[in-house]
Design a protein around this ligand. Structure first.
Ligand SMILES: C[S@@+](CC[C@H](N)C(=O)[O-])C[C@H]1O[C@@H](n2cnc3c(N)ncnc32)[C@H](O)[C@@H]1O
Length: 377
């Protein structure tokens, strides 16, 4: 597409989405489909308590499709792409603590107005002297232009937003740019089981409802690696039932899931060596078990084998202090002993949903000899 035509398309998508989230929708119940489904991940009592602290006006305009609570947040600098009315920002504001910071960015003024109106309310409620949140008006495809600095965030989250972007590869590129080395993009979004054709993308309601802008999940994996992220880790997935016969008949056979992936930014050229790790149990709200993704659940004080990708992530991210690593160079296959192995789980969210449905997969129990793949000599 020529540049001018492309710019026109981008601008009209922005305008349509701003109209949808700024004017058409007043609250969650105005949505015309079930795309904003509850997370597949159970919400812990700890997180439920944190969410209960958030003002009802903010919650009323929450249009997320997943739970974006990565672990180990204390003191972190977090960015929320497409923060809307700020529900997730206020949730994470409590989890990073007063020494951490959360920035929300969104292009729709009406959404930001709600978020900004309740800064004082929340800071008082959380007992913070100085606000640890701020909200920026801007485009997630142009974070640096919006005033955000390169390599300045530990974690980026996003909840049901990337599907609305007309330029997803720019979103991932910019996110990569503003993340620190070792940082993480942890985000929930809608994915399709095939590439969505142009005539469906042109339907404003389907796009606004977070359906026809959805990436084919395989394109996410490809784009993420092109931008430089490590291979995406799939955390959770659940099927989206559209729940609107008119929209279903326009959509035909396309299927959708809500899925949460974690993408890490690590230095290039790290050698990929499997190793044995032991989780120390110090992460808040994960004292007994740390569910890193659908494949790995680390039980406290239990030894677990991790592949080279996960070994590099754990060693080179904020999680490095949370584990004891067996010294590199030890051949895990022949060193004997007793440890747990992960489940075999693909990064295809549709496959994960099927596996979960057939009840054969829960994140690895991690207990020695207790998992489905015995590991003891
Ligand atoms: C489905 S809502 C989700 C909002 C919020 N994450 C939540 O969970 O409530 C999508 C939000 O993304 C924002 N958005 C969509 N495309 C954007 C873009 N390209 N740049 C910035 N914000 C965008 C919209 O303005 C809207 O507030």
């Amino acid at each position: 597409m020529a540049d001018a035509a492309r710019d026109r398309t981008v601008t009209s998508v922005y305008n349509d989405v701003k109209e949808y989230y700024g004017k058409t929708l007043k609250q969650k119940s105005d949505l015309k489909s079930n795309a904003c489904v509850p997370s597949a991940k159970p919400v812990s009592a700890y997180v439920r308590k944190v969410i209960a602290e958030i003002h009802p006006d903010v919650v009323a305009k929450y249009y997320g499709c997943g739970l974006v609570v990565p672990e180990c947040l204390e003191g972190c600098r977090v960015l929320d792409l497409g923060c809307g009315s700020g529900r997730d920002c206020y949730m994470l504001s409590q989890l990073v603590g007063e020494k951490g910071h959360v920035t929300g960015i969104d292009m729709t003024e009406a959404q930001l107005e709600v978020a900004r109106n309740y800064i004082d309310y929340h800071m008082q409620r959380f007992g913070y002297k100085n606000p640890n949140v701020n909200f920026v008006q801007g485009y997630i495809e142009a974070l640096v232009e919006a005033g955000l600095e390169d390599k300045s965030y530990d974690i980026i989250i996003s909840n049901c937003v990337v599907n609305l972007s007309p330029d997803k590869s720019s979103v991932l590129r910019e996110a990569y740019c503003v993340l620190k080395d070792g940082g993480e993009l942890y985000f929930s979004d809608v994915y399709s089981d095939a590439r969505i054709p142009e005539h469906l993308k042109a339907n404003k309601t389907l796009w606004g409802e977070c359906l026809s802008g959805a990436l084919w999940w395989e394109d996410l994996i490809r784009l993420a690696e092109e931008v430089g992220f490590c291979k995406p880790r799939l955390v959770s997935a659940s099927i989206i039932t559209v729940g609107n016969t008119e929209l279903e008949s326009i959509l035909g056979d396309y299927k959708f899931v809500s899925a949460t992936y974690r993408l890490f930014k690590l230095q290039k050229g790290l050698e990929k060596k499997p190793c044995l790790v032991m989780y120390n149990g110090d992460i808040t709200d994960s004292e007994e078990s740390f569910e890193f993704d659908a494949q790995y659940a680390f039980k406290v004080d239990k030894v677990m084998e991790v592949d080279g990708d996960v070994a590099n992530i754990l060693r080179n991210s904020r999680f490095s202090e949370e584990f004891t690593f067996q010294p590199q160079g030890v051949n895990t296959a022949s060193s004997g002993g007793c440890w747990a192995k992960p489940n075999a789980v693909s990064v295809n969210p549709f496959e994960l949903v099927q596996q979960l449905g057939s009840a054969s997969v829960s994140p690895s129990t991690g207990g020695c000899c207790a998992g489905q793949e015995s590991c003891c000599n």
